[in-house]
Each structure stands twice: as C-alpha cells, then as structure tokens.
Design a protein around this ligand. Structure first.
Ligand SMILES: Nc1ncnc2c1ncn2[C@@H]1O[C@H](COP(=O)(O)OP(=O)(O)OP(=O)(O)O)[C@@H](O)[C@H]1O
Length: 605
C-alpha cells in the first residue's frame, strides 16, 4: 500500500482525507438508527395514546438530515479518493512505460506484448478500484464495525452479543477465504489471466496464418489451453474454495434473527421494564440489517486488496528489471566512424555466442556492408551500435568513444536505425515521418519524403501528408512502408545510419526507388548496412562477411570475388539465381501470345 500510494505524489493526502470523510459519513449514518430508537421508545411509552408522542416529527427530520449529511460527506470522500486514484494509475502507467523505454530490446523478446499491456494498463486499472472505492469503503467499514460494537452494547448488551455471534462467524469465513490457500488461489488466478491475455494477443496477431491454413481456435493450442486453464481456475476458485465460506457467511448474516429472536424470548420473562426491552429489541432487529452491508463491503475490500497486491507485484517486477546502465559522467564523441573491437555477444539463455571476436571498422562517411548466411550475426552486430543490447566482451566505439560511455540521448541523436520490418503508427503520414524529429515543419517532412522517393505515395493519398494511415485510413505496401521509414531516417539527419535489410519487401520497381533513397541517405554519412541481395552492396567501401558469428573475410567487392572465399561463393550463387530468373522470365514472355505479354507488363519488366 505504501508503494502504491507513492505513485499518487502530492495527491496522496486526498486518499487520507477521503478515508477520514468516509469514516465520518459512516458515523453520521448511525444517526437515523438512533432516531428510530427514540421514536420507538416514545411510542411505546405513550401506547396506546399515540397522539401524546410529541417529538416524533423532530426525530424524523433529524433522521432525514443525518442520512442526507452522511450521503453528502460520502460523495466528498469519493471525490477525494478518485482524484488520488486517477493520479496514481496515471503515474503508474507513466512510470512503467518510461521504464520500458530504458530496458534492453532483449526484454521484449522474452515478454509478450499482451503480457506487457496487461501490466501497464490492466494493473493500473486494478489499483484504481481499490483506491477510489475499496479503501474509503474499508475505512468506513472499520468505523462501522467499531460503531456497531458500541451501538450493540449501548442499549442491551445481551441482545448485542446475540447479534455479534453472526459478525464473528462472518469474519471467520472472510479470514478463511483470505488465508494462505486463498492468496495462493488468487495468484494462480491472476497468472492464468495474464497467460490468457498474452496468448490472446498472439492469436489476434496470428489470425492471417490461422485463416490461410484453415485452422480453428483449437489449433492455436496455447490460446485454447490458456482459456481452459483460466476457466478451470475460476471455477475451482468459485465453486470449491469460496462457496462453503460464502454460503455460511451469507446465511448467518441474513438470518440474524436466528440468534436474536431466541435470545429475546429467553430474556423477556425476567424483564422488569418490558416496554424498554421491546424498544431495544425493535432497535436491534432494524439495526441488524446494516450488518450484512458492512461485512459485504469488507469482503469486497479483501478481494480488491488481493488483486491490487498482485498488480503491485507485477508492476514492481517490471520496475525492478534493470535498465541499460547509464554512465555517471557521459562522454561526447568527436567523430562519426564506427569501430567494432573484438566484440562478442551472447543472447540471454543462448548456448553459443551470436558474435565472437568480431573486429572491423567503418570510417566516417563510408558505407560498410554486413553480409553472410542466415543466422551469421548480421542483425545482432547492427543492433549493438545504437545499444539495443550491450556487448558481452570487447567494445563498439563511435568516434573513438565506447557507446556505453555515451549519454543514451546523445547516442540516439547520432544514429538513425531502419529496421527490417518497420512500424507505422495509426497517425497521419506527416506524423509518422515526424516521429524522427517532432519539431520538423511540413516543408521539412515533404522534403524528406521527396528525398526518400515517396512523391508517388504523397500524390495518391487523398489528403496528402495529412492522410491517416493504418486502421480506418490508407494502407501502404511493404516497399512503400520501407520508403517512409527511409524518409524518417532522412528527416532525423543523424550522421550515422544503420540499415537492417532495407530492401527486404521491395519488388523490382520499389527496389529501384529505395536504392535512390538510400543513395540520398548515405551521402556524407557513415552507413552500416545489411543486405541479402548482394547487388545492393557491390558499391560498398568495405564488405564484412560474417559466418557463424565470426568475421570470415572483408574487403571490397572486387577483392572478395578475387579471393575466392565465402563471399565469392555467395556471389556465384546470387548470379546464378539472377540468370535463372532472367531465363524463366524470357521463357514466360516468349511463350505467351503478344496480347498476353503486353498484359503481363510486370513480368516482362
Ligand atoms: N533474441 C534472440 N535470442 C536468442 N538468440 C537469438 C536472438 N536473436 C537472434 N538470435 C540468434 O543469434 C544468431 C544470430 O542471429 P542474427 O539475427 O543476428 O543473424 P542474421 O545474420 O541477421 O540472420 P538473418 O540473415 O536470417 O536475418 C542466430 O543463431 C539466432 O538464432
């Protein structure tokens, strides 16, 4: 609770004020019952001459005034706790989101999107209910229980004790549900909920695969299993664990009369002042109606506390995940050359290193290409430059400064990274490009788009750069998305550019445009690029060939082809593949009727 309330910042005081007001509201709510006792006493004293009871109206109005005051104070209490609860949830979401930004990328490989969404959003929402409603209700319930005990003994302690039996049984039932086993159940329940969220998100993302292969939800085994596990857990919790104590509690509370009536029948014969005794009995019979309300509030409070406790532990685990270390006294870099010095890197939990003793240099304003078979470590090497991960051994330096010694914001300012798969947000095209530099003007955005060969994209969008992209808006092809990503990198105007497979989704037409955009982006910058299509790296100043995490060879295209090593073999394979494609295109074009060949313009091209 202390850690939770810390998130409220200055609004923490509102929580305390809200709880105090809720307690006052409860005290005021006892008022009408006391008034009823006075009314009953006056009526019984003058019976059957009811007209002699003179203060009935006064007590009636007092009861109405106290009930109204209780409601108004409770409303104010909820206003206060809601103000604190919303701030707490907001600050929690901010803290977790900000912390995510500082975590190494590897964290996102081991934590699914659905799981993180539940922690950031779901957990904050879970604490909202506790702080906004349950906590003031709990404060009110505590006052209610204490007040109830005072009231129970104020008029006739023997009738009070008979009501108390139900309260004691009810509290025992609550305690049994909150016991060690109950907490364990709640943890498992929350775990099942998280797993369902996680696999559910993966399922939604995988729907295209499910549809293409004509599968059903049952074939998405992880999702199906998590639903059945959740259902079994919820049923087990509700039916086997909670039902016996709940049934006992509700029966006892709603059957208070079971204890009260026999006690009254036993005591009545020995009473000297029977009228007073009858008044007290009437009071207890009416007052006992609020006992179930108090106990139900306590029950909801205990459930909300368990859920908030679980939420806090999830949020705590996320916030305790170590962020990438930030240097105490960051060093600035003077140059834009990149140097890998004996770099080794092993993924968490992996048996073998992805990179082992990799050394190469990319002088300022040069273009260096990373090539090699699949899984040789190209993407891993590229990710070490902007510190998506930290090296296990050796160092990556920019302008002679180890990237780990640089201020992360400074490092990010120096490097533009174009990913293999690029994410466009459901915003306008302009805002998507502006993600690289939020203060860029429309003219600067247009210039970047034009340099990235996106003029045709802007021209075909109904509202130009202000057209909404994504759900409910315009859709772009893979190659077009790639060019927009290059526009982002151009707008960022960083001196170092890392390109991970920039032509991955390009058709021949798009590839030509992307190559032109790349030429624009590379001018005067240090470029580290990964490309599978070897044609795109022929002009690179240096080609580093990786194989199994080692540098197999490096040099210019001509030098490597002449050396007759791995690159020469890859180049040979590439040329063969291209000649096969040309041959198959020629066959297709040749065998088709002239009209069909014209219609198949794309193939002929
Ligand atoms: N997040 C990860 N966790 C564990 N191992 C990983 C992770 N990412 C990559 N690897 C492993 O590290 C090695 C290098 O992978 P990397 O993606 O850098 O290769 P690559 O040369 O870029 O491959 P490709 O050309 O297919 O994209 C591979 O053996 C891969 O299985």
């Amino acid at each position: 609770m202390a850690r939770l309330l810390d998130f409220a910042g200055k609004r923490k005081a509102f929580t305390y004020l809200g709880c105090a007001l809720s307690g006052i509201s409860q005290l005021l709510s006892f008022g009408p019952f006391v008034c009823i006792w006075f009314v009953a006493r006056d009526l019984i004293e003058v019976a059957p001459n009811w007209q002699n009871a003179t203060n009935i109206a006064t007590y009636g109005w007092a009861a109405v005034a106290l009930a109204a005051a209780s409601i108004i104070v409770y409303f104010c209490a909820l206003m206060c706790t809601h103000l604190a609860a919303f701030r707490t949830a907001t600050n929690m979401r901010k803290a977790t989101t900000e912390h995510l930004m500082r975590l190494p990328l590897g964290f996102f490989d081991t934590h699914a999107t659905g799981e993180l969404r539940r922690i950031i959003d779901g957990c904050a929402a879970q604490t909202e209910t506790l702080l906004a409603h349950m906590l003031p209700d709990c404060a009110g319930s505590v006052v209610m229980v204490v007040g109830m005990l005072v009231m129970l003994f104020a008029f006739d302690w023997r009738l009070g004790v008979s009501c108390l039996v139900a309260v004691v049984i009810s509290i025992a039932c609550l305690m049994s549900m909150m016991s060690g086993k109950g907490m364990e159940f709640m943890k498992q329940y929350m775990g099942a909920l998280t797993s369902m969220n996680k696999t559910g998100t993966e399922y939604v993302r995988g729907i295209p695969v499910v549809k293409v292969f004509q599968q059903t939800v049952y074939s998405f085994k992880a999702f199906h299993d998590s639903i059945t596990e959740y259902a079994a857990m919820a049923q087990n919790y509700a039916v086997n664990f909670c039902r016996p104590p709940q049934v006992t509690q509700l029966t006892v509370l709603n059957g208070l009369v079971i204890f009260l009536v026999p006690t009254a029948i036993l005591l009545a014969p020995g009473e000297g002042d029977f009228a007073r005794f009858l008044t007290n009995f009437a009071f207890y019979a009416i007052f006992s109606a609020i006992i179930p309300t108090a106990m139900t509030k306590l029950m909801f409070m205990s459930e909300a506390a368990q859920m908030a406790g679980d939420a806090m532990s999830e949020v705590g685990k996320l916030l305790d995940t170590p962020a990438l270390p930030v240097p105490a006294t960051p060093r600035r870099t003077n140059g834009t050359d990149i140097a890998f010095d004996n770099v080794s890197f092993t993924y968490e939990g992996a048996a073998a290193p992805a990179l082992d003793g990799v050394t190469f240099a990319a002088p300022a304003a040069s273009t260096v290409a990373l090539v090699g078979p699949s899984g040789s470590g190209k993407s891993t090497a590229a990710s070490l430059v902007p510190r998506f991960w930290d090296v296990s051994a050796g160092s990556v330096r920019i302008g002679g400064t180890d990237v780990r010694d640089m201020d992360p914001a400074d490092l990010m300012g120096q490097v533009a990274f174009v990913f293999q798969t690029n994410q466009l947000f459901a915003q306008s095209l302009a805002d998507n490009v502006r993600a690289a530099r939020p203060d860029a003007t429309d003219d600067e955005v247009l210039a970047a788009l034009s340099a990235a060969q996106c003029d045709d994209i802007v021209a075909k969008l109904p509202q130009g750069i202000n057209t909404q992209l994504g759900t409910g808006g315009a859709y772009l092809s893979g190659g077009e998305v790639q060019r927009v990503a290059l526009a982002r990198a151009i707008l960022k105007d960083a001196p170092i550019v890392v390109l991970d497979e920039a032509t991955a989704f390009a058709d021949p037409e798009n590839e030509a445009l992307i190559q032109r955009a790349l030429a624009h982006l590379a001018a005067g910058r240090t470029v580290l690029m990964i490309a599978h299509r070897l044609s795109t790296v022929v002009g690179a100043d240096n080609i580093v060939v990786l194989d199994g995490g080692h540098v197999a060879e490096q040099g210019t295209h001509a030098q490597l082809v002449a050396a007759g090593g791995l690159y020469a073999r890859m180049w040979g394979d590439y040329e063969q593949a291209v000649s096969w494609k040309i041959a198959s295109d020629a066959t297709k074009t040749g065998s088709a009727a002239p009209g069909a060949a014209a219609a198949k313009g794309g193939d002929a091209r």
